[in-house]
Design a protein around this ligand. Structure first.
Ligand SMILES: *Cc1c(COP(=O)(O)O)cnc(C)c1O
Length: 373
């Protein structure tokens, strides 16, 4: 147990009451809360359709299937992400092709994409890393020019905006995740967002064992499906959490500002930047160490944890994960900026109700450790 943990969900009395209310009804799955949650997610994001699912990973998987991406196809994506943004491509026998990131934003570098496009390239899958929107205007241009699908992994970016438009509304389809460390949670949960009715219908059907959407019989299965459904208790929690999203985003932004301020004149730490055309719904607070400390990063994390402060090396590059390294075709990846970033990043404790006192303790401890190592 840590004195200060990396993340913590904020579950209120009202959240609990909403879940209990569902348990008093006869609808524990495929009921009214599912429809309500989906409608509210679509409205919030500014898209036509939302399909709520049991995880963000399921959402990514169904998008890959709905777009017909399969064996031998290539999808251009980033290695600086959580492993499922690339695993979803492998699930269908397609090949993730990793592009390097930009060192200031840690997002996929659009300028490196075009030279990796081949006749087998079907899609670009970009991630809004740590809640920071990717360069969606450039990505859209490239996708359009080369007739590629654009997939948006916004698992970490509910409420973020690029040029005044919400993340989750830029690609052919997008996802959010509601895992407990995300800005809002349903326990486990995720959603597909899209303006395309065909994609929405396919995802809906596949999530429910391939049944027809409205008119089908319970034991009639039109296509290969899965059980990726989100139960009513989770949907009720989601509705209740989504209701306060704006407040949550503001709170988290004020924590980022407190941290940034505290590290302002301390040159062993680089803090995350604000960008003019991007509103960030902050998922985690990640600092970068000065380059000469990169070989001490894990030791620094260990020393922080010895003080009771949980930290993490967000992210470890996907192409260096053990089973990716073993796979053929992933040997000669050049992603120097991804690899360098991953050696110098540390996520610090970050959650809605972290106190000023806790932040001060984290900052003081880190400064002390960095000055000593
Ligand atoms: C959390 C996350 C996911 C997966 O979501 P789950 O709900 O945990 O399956 C996918 N991509 C990114 C970038 C994430 O952070």
């Amino acid at each position: 147990m840590y004195k200060i943990s990396l993340s913590k969900p904020e579950i209120t009395k009202k959240d609990r009451q909403e879940v209990l209310n569902v348990l008093k009804t006869n609808f524990l799955s495929l009921g009214p809360k599912l429809n309500e949650f989906e409608k509210k997610l679509a409205d919030f994001t500014g898209v036509r359709y939302a399909v709520a699912l049991n995880s963000g990973t399921s959402a990514l998987h169904l998008i890959i299937r709905a777009l017909g991406i399969g064996k031998g196809d290539e999808v251009i994506t980033t290695s600086f992400s959580f492993v499922s943004s690339s695993n979803c491509i492998l699930y269908e026998g397609a090949v993730p092709v990793f592009v390097d990131i930009k060192s200031d934003t840690l997002n996929i570098n659009p300028e490196l994409i075009e030279k990796l496009i081949t006749p087998r390239t079907k899609a670009i899958l970009a991630v809004d890393v740590f809640g920071r929107p990717a360069d969606w205007d450039l990505l859209k241009k490239i996708a359009k020019k080369h007739n590629l699908f654009l997939i948006e992994d916004s698992a970490e970016a509910i409420g973020s905006e690029f040029n005044g438009k919400k993340c989750g509304s830029f690609g052919d389809a997008a996802i959010f995740s509601f895992y407990p460390n995300k800005q809002i949670t349903t326990g486990e949960g995720g959603v597909v967002l899209t303006n395309n009715k065909k994609i929405a219908d396919l995802c809906k059907s596949m999530s429910n064992q391939g049944r027809k959407i409205d008119s089908g019989k319970w034991l009639e299965h039109e296509i290969l499906g899965y059980n990726y459904r989100l139960d009513e208790m989770s949907c009720a929690l989601g509705v209740s959490q989504l209701f306060k999203i704006e407040k949550i985003i503001k709170k988290r932004e004020s924590i980022v500002k407190l941290y940034n301020q505290a590290f302002k004149d301390f040159d062993l730490v680089e803090t995350p930047v604000f960008e003019k055309n991007k509103k960030i719904s902050w998922f985690v607070y990640v600092i970068r160490l000065a380059k000469n400390l990169s070989n001490k990063r894990d030791l620094i994390i260990k020393k922080m944890e010895n003080k009771g402060i949980q930290c993490r090396n967000y992210f470890y590059p996907i192409h260096l994960q053990p089973f990716y390294k073993k796979m053929a075709g992933h040997k000669n990846i050049l992603a120097p900026i991804t690899e360098e970033a991953s050696m110098t990043t540390i996520a610090l404790p970050f959650y809605n109700n972290i106190s000023k006192k806790e932040i001060d303790f984290v900052v003081k401890s880190l400064k002390q450790i960095l000055s000593d190592v």
